[in-house]
Design a protein around this ligand. Structure first.
Ligand code: SAH
Ligand code: SF4
Ligand code: F3S
Length: 463
């Protein structure tokens, strides 16, 4: 039987804290790992702490409170946090009053174990308990150790305006949790059951973001297809359409939808609105039906390809990306070959590729981890090499075309160049100098002159 996560219902969320402005004059530093939902959660935590008077700092050097918002998706994600904690000892030595907290999925997964194993850690708070962070931090400042890891069926932080510090792109969580129970995945345990925000609240937030100067928003959920507005029974395509219509000048993206319920309605809605970006991340995980069955993904390769065909039919220029796992329990060379074949057939613009990492409590954990690490690595390297070749070929075809890019700012590599992003989510690099007449947040046209597997390069041309 499935080892289901423990969740308690909570009709009304507890007040943020009983203590008034515990953080006045103190500085908070938050470091975020994992997916975009964690990025948005960190903004929610910062908003909650800000209410209590904590100021935001971008470096641990002058922080009074350091919070790591963590990921548990693969073992290496957790190892990274353990390493980071070792480095943070230095700050604690310098300032003994420093409070260190672990938030997020690793906190939810390990709970008390984290407090027992990591002496430096003062508090452990799971994704549905962020309203309690100020009270727990205040306790920790008084020498206490705190833990809050209850999962909720109702918490969506709907009433909290995330404290966004970055410029033009905003993350907006529209649902939380996941009920899919893919057998490899820890998320149903770390994030709990699915629940959605109200449609009106999401649309209002989109309007506010536009008024505040944001140019792009990404609707987030582990499985956005499960979105359901309780009041109106609106589904995810309805929500997407409502946002697109409410802020027609804003680019709208979303992630992640599950291939099992990638509906015609969703594809038609994307096609109907110019401001919904033509880019779909549709994780396939494997090209073998036998492995997909063991993963409990609930679709076949045939269904997946049929969905891809529909997308290409209604949106011929739509970019596609995927997630792949190599070395899932019992994966044979033949299964692996089928994954390579599927990827060659779809020709993805991008892919996130991972070695299978066994996660305690999941169903796959009990299947053993029988593919030796060197075979997992070899298969991973093969899918990566093939994908890079395909992406390079696709991007090569963009040479000579003109892409519309949203200007993000200076490129990371070369100060004489700026970068933007195309509608299809590709990084576009173009020259920048004193004469350049565009600013961050502008939409410009770039004629593509060269490309790599990851990036397009070109010259800015008149609109
Ligand atoms: N909700 C998203 C995925 C979220 S996790 C979806 O279903 O599409 C992001 C990716 O991490 C997954 O798509 C999967 O490819 C990978 N992943 C999840 N658990 C993993 C594990 N135990 N080992 C390796 N990769 C894993
Ligand atoms: Fe994990 Fe599957 Fe849910 Fe994605 S859909 S978060 S892979 S259980
Ligand atoms: Fe990681 Fe949790 Fe996101 S496990 S991928 S941070 S939902």
């Amino acid at each position: 039987m499935l080892d289901l996560p423990v969740i308690q219902d909570r009709d009304s969320a507890p007040a943020a804290t009983g203590i008034e402005h515990t953080g006045a004059g103190r500085k908070l530093y938050v470091e975020t790992y994992g997916c975009q939902m964690n990025l948005n959660d960190s903004e929610i935590v910062q908003a909650i702490m800000n209410e209590e008077g904590y100021a935001h700092t971008t470096t641990p050097d002058d922080a009074d409170v350091i919070l790591l918002n963590t990921c548990a998706i693969r073992d290496n994600a957790e190892r990274r946090i353990r390493e980071r904690l070792k480095h943070l000892r230095y700050y604690k030595k310098r300032k003994s009053s420093l409070v260190v907290g672990i938030l997020g999925c690793m906190a939810e997964r390990l709970r008390q174990r984290l407090l027992d194993q990591e002496q430096l850690v003062d508090l452990v708070v799971g994704p549905d308990e962020y309203r309690r962070v100020p009270a727990l931090v205040a306790d920790a400042a008084g020498g206490g150790k705190g833990i809050a890891v209850q999962l909720s069926r109702v918490e969506t932080y709907d009433d909290i305006v995330p404290l966004r510090t970055e410029g033009i792109s905003a993350w907006v969580s529209v649902m939380r949790g996941c009920d899919k129970f893919c057998t490899f995945c820890v998320v149903p345990w770390t994030r709990g059951r699915e629940r959605s925000r109200a449609l009106t609240s999401v649309v209002e937030e989109a309007g506010r973001l536009w008024d505040d100067g944001f140019k792009e928003l990404t609707l987030l959920g582990q499985n956005v297809n499960s979105y359901k507005d309780e009041a109106s029974a609106a589904d995810f395509p309805d929500l997407l359409a409502a946002c697109a219509a409410a802020v027609p000048g804003m680019r709208i993206r979303y992630t992640t939808s599950h291939p099992y319920d990638m509906s015609d309605k969703l594809i038609e809605t994307m096609a109907a609105y110019d401001n919904i970006c033509k880019y779909i991340h549709l994780p396939v995980q494997s090209g073998s039906d036998r492995i997909l069955g063991l993963m409990n993904r609930k679709y076949s390769v045939e269904h997946y390809l049929e969905r891809m065909a529909k997308i290409k039919e209604l949106m011929p220029g739509c970019a596609l990306s995927t997630d792949i796992i190599t070395g899932f329990p019992t994966e044979t060379e033949e299964d692996h070959r089928m994954t390579m074949e599927l990827m060659a057939q779809v020709r993805y613009d991008g892919a996130f590729m991972f070695k299978y990492s066994p996660r305690e409590r999941t169903r796959a954990w009990k299947m053993g981890d029988d593919v030796p690490d060197e075979i997992k690595t070899r298969r991973l390297n093969e899918v990566i090499a093939q994908q890079q070749e395909i992406a390079a070929e696709i991007n090569q075809q963009a040479i000579g075309s003109t892409e519309v890019a949203l200007v993000e700012g200076p490129s990371k590599r070369n100060p004489a160049e700026w970068q933007g992003r195309s509608d299809t989510n590709k990084v576009v690099i173009f020259p920048h100098n004193e004469q350049s007449d565009y600013v961050v947040g502008d939409t410009i046209r770039v004629r593509i002159e060269r490309s790599t597997s990851a990036t397009l390069f070109g010259e800015v041309v008149a609109a």
